[in-house]
Structure formats: C-alpha cells, structure tokens
Write a protein that binds this ligand. Structure first.
Ligand code: 5AD
Ligand code: SF4
Length: 334
C-alpha cells in the first residue's frame, strides 16, 4: 500500500467492513486465536524528560513519585510467574536513579528464578547499556517513536531528537532484541497525512511488536483540553496497522480500554493479539498516571474478566511465550 492509499483509507468516513475483516483474517492466520498476556510491572514513575502529552513528565509536580525496590520488583515477578504469566514487562519513566547494572541484576534473577521472558521499556539508553541489558537476559525492548513527523516529535518531546530515537530502534534490532515500537494516534497536530506516514514507518521497520494506542489528554500536562481521536477512526488505524505489519505482535492497549467502551475487545477484533494486564502493586500503580482513567483492580479479578471477555469473542489465553514470529534468534519462520 502506498502512503496516499493509507491516508485515503484513514480519512474515509464510510463504514465498510473490508479492512476489519482482512485484519482479523491476517491475525488469525499468523497468530491463531490464542491471546498472549504480558504482565506489566511499572517499577518507577520518575522521569527526567518533559514530554508534553505525558502525566509522568518531570514538571508535573502533582504526581506522587515512587520507585519500587529490587526486592519489590522481584516479588512482583514471582507473582506473575505464580499466576501463569510467561512474560513480564518492566516499564518506567526515564529514571536516572536506576543504574544499568542494577537493572541487569534484577533481570538476571527473574530469568534464573522464574524463566520468564523479560521485556524492558525504560526509554532511551546508550548502546553499551542496551548491550549489557541484553547480555543479562532482557529478551525484548519497547521504544515507541510516537510519530514519524520530526517537527511534531520534537515539539511534543522538547528534550529529544527524532533521529536519536530511530537510531536507538536500529541498535535494538542489531543487538537482536525482539524489538517493539509504535505510535500514539490522535496527537494534536497529527493529521491523516502524518498518520499514514506513521503507519508506513511502522511497516518499514519490520518490528517484532507494534503498539498503537490513542492519545488521551491529561489535565496535568500542557496538552490538557486537547481533543483525541474518535473510536471508529482509531479502530480502523489498528486494522490498517495489522494489515501493514502482518507478523508483529500487537497489543490491545490499556488506553483503548480507558477511552472507549469495550475498547480492548474491539482492538482484539481488529487485529490485536496481545493484552498487558497491570500487576503493579496498587499503592504504586495508581500513581503511574501517564494519562487519567487507568482502572486499577485486583489482578486476579482481572484475569477472570479477561477470560470472560476472550471467550465472548471465541478467543482464549495463550500460555506460550509468544516470542517473535518474524525470524531471527527466537523466531519460528527464519
Ligand atoms: N495518552 C496515551 N498514551 C500516552 N503515553 C504517554 N502519554 C500518553 C497519553 N497522554 C504512552 C506513550 C509512551 C508510553 C510511556 O505511554 O506512547 O510511549
Ligand atoms: Fe517520560 Fe516517557 Fe512520559 Fe516522556 S513519555 S515524560 S519519556 S515517561
């Protein structure tokens, strides 16, 4: 698909089902009906950056900041293991307090004690740090590029350089990480032309994991009062992402569930094949406020809810690792 074609499909307001049917078919062919669960541990909400859209930005002094200790992170990983998860995702703001060697030690123990796959999502680091983390056992890394428009990117992330982000994603791939990236949709200033370019870049990156979620305006950020993206358009963007990236794992994001009724279910019907239940201890997780409305519940209730939701759409939890299906070190079709 050419960029212009993608743009026209994004702009098209008519309610056809072709794109959705095609996305669902591709999902089923490449991933089946099993949905991979990744247990999310939000281990620090400190951030040294100041992204305009994000509630964790350093200038947000309304947020109560926390850091989990190594011991707490490990006990959370144990909980994930006991609950039957196969992957933990360690996520934080760009917290300069955590040294790479501390993270390496935590990851090493998680791998040794529980044999879980470990995904890290801790922002932009030096190449040598990505290398050390890989050697300590980190399997996957998530680093979204948020938008492919350099000007918009550097406006929204005032202390960041777009080229550095792309370079970092390349490095992660070179280091043989299962690499994830993606965007937010509905950002202020992100028109359909930019969105089409965003999806094209996702496709060209040949990612192992792709995350596309709606922007949600947070009252404690400079982007308060900004409107977001309407539901139909958002779901169409997910379906187009699936069509353009047929072999990338794709989550039904928490933000889908926060913004739209049955949002995650709708995402699973439009190509998504992954869910990321949050198992951060509630006392901390309620302060991981990237955007408002994140619904904190008892994790075990959540799993039952997930099972019910999945069975209502003839899907089920997959208890496989859910590694990349792209090839390379872990892949099946190399
Ligand atoms: N709305 C939706 N997603 C957001 N993120 C940050 N702020 C928002 C928001 N206001 C997402 C970004 C980032 C991750 C930390 O959370 O995509 O990569
Ligand atoms: Fe920090 Fe990431 Fe939020 Fe930016 S998006 S303020 S880097 S947590």
């Amino acid at each position: 698909m050419k960029e212009k074609e993608i743009e026209d499909l994004i702009a098209d307001k008519s309610f056809g089902t072709d794109i959705f049917d095609k996305a669902d078919k591709i999902r089923k062919e490449n991933f089946g009906d099993g949905v991979h669960l990744r247990a999310l541990i939000e281990f620090s909400n400190y951030c040294s950056r100041n992204c305009l859209y994000c509630g964790l930005r350093r200038d947000n002094n309304k947020l109560k900041r926390y850091r989990m200790s190594s011991k707490e992170i490990l006990s959370c990983a144990k909980k994930a293991f006991d609950m039957g998860f196969k992957t933990v995702v360690l996520q934080s703001g760009e917290d300069l307090f955590f040294k790479t060697k501390d993270l390496c030690a935590i990851v090493y123990k998680i791998k040794k004690n529980y044999g879980l796959r470990v995904t890290l999502s801790a922002g932009l680091l030096k190449k040598s740090d990505y290398g050390d983390l890989k050697n300590s056992g980190v399997d996957r890394y998530l680093l979204k590029f948020e938008t492919s428009d350099k000007k918009l990117y550097e406006y929204l992330k005032p202390d960041s350089v777009f080229g550095d982000r792309l370079k970092a994603i390349e490095i992660l791939k070179e280091l043989n990480y299962q690499t994830g990236s993606g965007i937010m949709a509905g950002l202020p200033g992100q028109n359909d032309k930019i969105l089409a370019k965003d999806l094209k870049l996702i496709k060209d990156m040949e990612l192992d994991m792709v995350s596309v979620g709606p922007f949600i305006s947070d009252p404690d950020t400079p982007l308060k009062n900004c409107s977001t993206i309407e539901e139909f358009k958002m779901i169409k963007i997910l379906a187009l992402t699936r069509i353009l990236s047929p072999f990338s794992h794709m989550p039904a994001t928490t933000s889908m569930g926060v913004l739209y009724k049955n949002g995650r279910k709708k995402a699973l019907l439009a190509g998504a094949n992954v869910l990321m239940p949050d198992i951060t201890p509630v006392i901390y997780g309620e302060n991981y406020r990237i955007y408002p409305g994140k619904n904190i519940k008892d994790p075990e209730d959540n799993i039952n809810e997930i099972k019910d939701m999945l069975s209502s759409i003839s899907r089920h939890i997959s208890y496989e690792f859910g590694d990349s299906v792209r090839g390379g070190f872990y892949g099946k079709n190399s």
